[in-house]
Every structure is written in structure tokens, then in C-alpha cells.
Design a binder for this molecule. Sequence first.
Ligand code: TRP
Length: 324
Amino acid sequence: MRILSGIQPSGNLHLGNYFAMIKRMIDYQEKSDLFCFIANYHALTSVSDPNLLRQKTLDAAIDFLSLGLDPNKSHFWVQSDLSEVHELSWLLSNVTSVGLLERSHAYKDKTAKGIVASHGLFAYPVLMAADILIFGSNKVPVGKDQKQHVEIARDIAMRFNHTFGETFVIPDADIEADIATIPGIDGQKMSKSYGNAIEIFTDEKTLRQRVMSIKTDSTPVDEPKPIQDNPLFEIYSLFLDEKGKQELKERFETPGLRYGDVKKELFSVIWEYFAPYREKRAQYVQNKADVIDILKIGADKTRVVAQEYLTKARNNIGLNYANY
Ligand code: TRP
């Protein structure tokens, strides 16, 4: 089973990124054939500062490695080190209707917000389809917001196979219903753009402040506390197994619980959970040349797979004119 996902280098990671995406990906490396990359070509649709792009790309790689991604157990690379995806992207463009791309929610939302529609933004799903199809990926773990993009990739793959013969594996989106939405400190979906995120590599003082400002209701201390739509309960649960969750539920349902005490406890849980990753991260930050080596080796290893599918597509489409 080949699992693939990309993540845009978007800056400081928060609990939502970690539990909805990164942790799931890293867990896959133990039981599947994991392909994981930093989507810096896609980032060009929103970043136009070269220094910032360089910095965010390397930071994202450091974050993944620190959080346990093992380049020996997976394929891990930076998207722009494999320009093969652009060639495939062009081949796919010719079986992609404009109508299909016009129906993309992400594109419609962005243009509705007044963002000028560049060709890059419009063609974003085609490049994403190339990312997925060029490795014969079976499963694509993504958040709900990317589900439609994976469906577009499926459509494109089917259309290509139908036109030029069996070439690509038809991929499936993998969305874990349970953890699809992780609340931020205000109870809305955790998102950098809502300003409600809890960052995982922030300093101790900031982390404490963020946790202490998780929104709670005004249930009196001597009454049972709700667990539904209670961001404190939901965020704490991310760190617990089934038994732990059950215990936490019982504590919430028992009168006398003080939200302030639970928040202090949750702060310590988060701080301890990320302690080993923080240490690893500090080491990588000191040794960026090692990180760059890891990425180059990762790209070389991954290119072999990309070339296999690209060659098949080129031949099936008729670019191999010497074989006329
Ligand atoms: N569009 C994805 C996001 O913004 C990133 C991405 C690029 C991706 N290519 C991909 C995800 C291929 C999965 C598969 O999150």
C-alpha cells in the first residue's frame, strides 16, 4: 500500500497540523510505503518572498524529521527537487477540462476573497494530481479541505487511463472522520488564520498562556461539565488513549472539577509530550547541512519511482516517436 501526502511549508506547526496530518503520516511509515514531501511548488501560489520560501521549506523539513519522520523507512523530499512532476502535469493538463478546475472550491473561495486568479492557482489541482499519480499512490491522507483536490486527481487519472490505456493507479483520499476537525482555543477549527492555534514548538510561557486561554463555559464548579463542544475536553483528548479519555470524561461529569486546574494539567501534558521532539529539533537547527543532505538523498531515491511512471505516461501518450 503506497501512501502519499504533501504539506505546504506554512510556518509554525500547531496541534491541528500535528494530529490531523503529521502524526498520521509518520505512523504510516511503520506499516506502509510512505511518500511524504514538502510542497514548495504549491506554496508559490501564496508566497512571493524568496527568503521566506527558503526558510519555510527548510523549517518544514526540520519539523517533520524532528517529529519522527524517518527517511530510511520512507521517501521524504522537497517537491521542487523532482521537476518530473511538471512534465507529468503538462501531460495531465490535456485530459483536464477547464470546467473541472472551475468547480474547485479552493479556487472559488480564493477568487471570491479577491485574490487575483493566476494560472498557477487555477492549475494547482493538476500539479497536485501529478504529485499523486507520478508515484502510483493508493491512498492520500489529507484534511477535509483537500478532499476535492484528491477527487480531481482521481478524475484526471481515470480520464487519462480511458484515453491512453491503463497508466495510473486511481488514488483514494483518506480522511479520518474522528480527528478531521480539531478545535482551536476559541472552539472554531484550529487554524493559523483564525489566530486560535496552539503551536507545538513555541516557548513554555507562550504555550502556557495559550492553554490557559482555551475558551470554557460558565458552568458552576459544583455542577457536571459538558464534554460536547468543549474545546478543553477535545484538545486534552488528543493526548489520551480510550481509557484515558473515559477517565477524563468521568472527571468532567463529576461536580467539583475546576477548568483552571485542568488547563494547568493540560499545559504540562503538552509540554512533556513534545519535549523529546523539541530536543531533536534543536539539534537539526544546529546542523542544517545534515538536513539538506537527507533531502538530497531522499529526492534521488524518489526520482527513480517518478521516472518509472513518467516514462509509462510519455510512451502511452506517444511522445516516444522513435517507436512509431
Ligand atoms: N494541497 C495540499 C495542501 O495544501 C498540499 C499538497 C500538494 C498535497 N500536493 C499534494 C497533498 C499531493 C496531498 C497530495 O495541504
